[in-house]
Design a protein around this ligand. Structure first.
Ligand code: ADP
Ligand code: 5GP
Length: 189
C-alpha cells in the first residue's frame, strides 16, 4: 500500500481556514482531518470531539508528559496540540492527513515529517482579516486584539511555507488548495 502524506494548513486566525476546510472535506471525504486538543473554551456551536477535544490544562500537560502529542503550542493564552496516534495510523493506512495548526506547530511537524506539504493561507489585506475576525462575532475584544497581534508575526512567517494561497475569492482559494494537494509536483519528497 502507498504511504499516506501529511498536509498542514496554516494562516492567521480569521483568514478562513475553517471555512475552506469544510468545503474541501465536503468535496473530498477521503481526506482525514486531524482533530486537535485545546484548553480554549468552546465557542458557541462547537462540539467536543468534532471541532476539538476540549481539555483542562492539567489534562493537556499530562498528554505532553506522556508524549501523546505530535506537536503542541500555546496560542493566545491557550494550549493546542495534535494527538499523535490517529495521525500515525491514518498515514500508515495510506491516507492524506490534514492538520490545521499554527506556525510553531508547523515547525515542529516539519522536523518529524520533512516531506510534509505546508500550505499558508493569507488574507487579501490586514484590514480584511480584522473585518473577518470581527464579523465572525465569536471572540471577545481581548481575544480579537490578541489574535490580530499574533497575526502580524504569522504573516511574516509566510515565506517558510511550500505554497501560499490568498483567500480573497473563496472558490478560487479552494481550487488553489485542491491544486496544491492533488498536484503531485507540489509534494516535496
Ligand atoms: P479561521 O478558521 O481561519 O479562523 P474562519 O473560517 O472562521 O477563519 O473565517 C472567519 C470569517 O471569515 C468567517 O465569518 C467566514 O465566513 C469569513 N470568510 C472566510 N473566507 C472568506 C472570503 N474568502 N471572503 C470573505 N469572508 C470570508
Ligand atoms: P482557534 O482558537 O481560532 O480555533 O485556533 C487558534 C489557532 O490555533 C489557529 O491558528 C489554529 O490553526 C491553531 N491550532 C488549532 N489546533 C492546533 C494544534 O493542534 N496545534 C497547533 N500548534 N495549533 C493549533
Amino acid at each position: 500500500m502507498q504511504a499516506g502524506r501529511l498536509i498542514v494548513l496554516t494562516g492567521p486566525s480569521g483568514v478562513g481556514k475553517g471555512t475552506l476546510l469544510r468545503l474541501l472535506l465536503n468535496k473530498h471525504p477521503e481526506l482525514y482531518l486531524s482533530i486537535s486538543m485545546t484548553t480554549r473554551q468552546p465557542r458557541p456551536g462547537e462540539v467536543d470531539g468534532k471541532d476539538y477535544y476540549f481539555v483542562s490544562r492539567d489534562q493537556f500537560e499530562q498528554l505532553v508528559a506522556a508524549k501523546e502529542l505530535l506537536e503542541w503550542a500555546e496560542y493566545a493564552g491557550n494550549y493546542y496540540g495534535t494527538p499523535s496516534l490517529p495521525v500515525q495510523q491514518q498515514i500508515q493506512n495510506g491516507h492524506l492527513v490534514i492538520l490545521e495548526i499554527e506556525v510553531f506547530g508547523v515547525r515542529q511537524i516539519h522536523k518529524t515529517f520533512p516531506n510534509v506539504l505546508r500550505i499558508f493561507i493569507e488574507p487579501p489585506s490586514f484590514a480584511a482579516l480584522e473585518q473577518r475576525i470581527r464579523s465572525r462575532g465569536q471572540d471577545n475584544s481581548e481575544a480579537i486584539a490578541q489574535r490580530l497581534q499574533t497575526a502580524q508575526g504569522e504573516l511574516e512567517a509566510a515565506d517558510e511555507f511550500d505554497v501560499r494561497i490568498v483567500n480573497d475569492d473563496l472558490e478560487q482559494a479552494l481550487l488553489d488548495i485542491e491544486n496544491a494537494i492533488f498536484c503531485l509536483d507540489n509534494l516535496p519528497v
